[in-house]
Design a protein around this ligand. Structure first.
Ligand code: SF4
Ligand code: FES
Length: 212
């Protein structure tokens, strides 16, 4: 499956971007009547749920592959009150914030590659599974002060052959929900080789990381 599918009911329009899906399967496990697994043909059925229920499914999709809006195009999704990035064990960085990625507004959720192997950088395409990427989801805590502002636009600049430069209020969170650090400007490794993950330590130069 590739590309985008757009399906509407009377209450809600669902947009599914297959290239962005990381197969966490929250959608098909939570609402198999709305996202029907293992069928030929039509598999997205927003008519089986209310707009609020579809919104909840979208909010639980970490990659942003599922987005929704009202059929007239009006927004349904809302920005989170606290900008977060979850550091996933052996997997990507899962952002939840009003995102601007590589200069474009990009919704509220995205899973970005941190193993260096994705063919759809800066997004994760599950290549970390095949490449056997290993990186803890429980990095050490770095002492930090609570942020005065915890929301607002988060700007992610995937630098050429280098890390993700992230500016804006952001709380880094471990797989178990522990706060790793609170930042407003940070460089996050996306080559897979840093000795200080999730932060860049300059190893991308030594390993000759090629981002595109
Ligand atoms: S919840 Fe999102 S990322 Fe997970 S399988 Fe469904 S569409 Fe893909
Ligand atoms: S991007 Fe991995 S060390 Fe800099």
């Amino acid at each position: 499956m590739s590309g985008k599918e757009i399906v509407s009911s009377a209450e809600v329009t669902v947009e599914f971007n297959a290239q962005r899906c990381i197969h966490s399967r929250n959608c098909v496990l939570d609402r198999p009547d709305v996202f029907v697994p293992n069928v030929q043909g039509a598999w997205i059925h927003p008519e089986n749920a209310t707009a609020d229920e579809v919104l909840e499914i979208a909010h639980n999709c970490p990659s942003g592959a599922i987005q929704c809006r009202k059929p007239d195009g009006a927004a349904l999704e809302q920005a989170p009150k606290v900008n977060l990035v979850h550091v996933r064990e052996n997997g990507p960085l899962a952002f939840h914030a009003p995102l601007s990625i590589a200069g474009k507004a990009d919704g509220f959720r995205a899973t970005l590659c941190r193993c260096g192997a994705s063919r759809t950088k800066p997004y994760c395409d599950q290549s970390h599974v095949g490449s056997g990427f290993q990186a803890t989801g429980e990095p050490d805590t770095t002492p930090s002060e609570p942020l005065q502002q915890r929301d607002g636009e988060l700007v992610i600049d995937p630098t050429h052959n280098g890390p993700l430069h992230v500016t804006g209020a952001l709380e880094l969170v471990s797989g178990t929900g522990r706060t790793i650090q609170r930042v407003t400007d940070v460089w996050l490794c996306r080559c897979g080789h840093s000795g200080n993950k999730p932060y860049c330590d300059g190893s991308h130069v030594k390993y000759g990381f090629v981002s595109d």
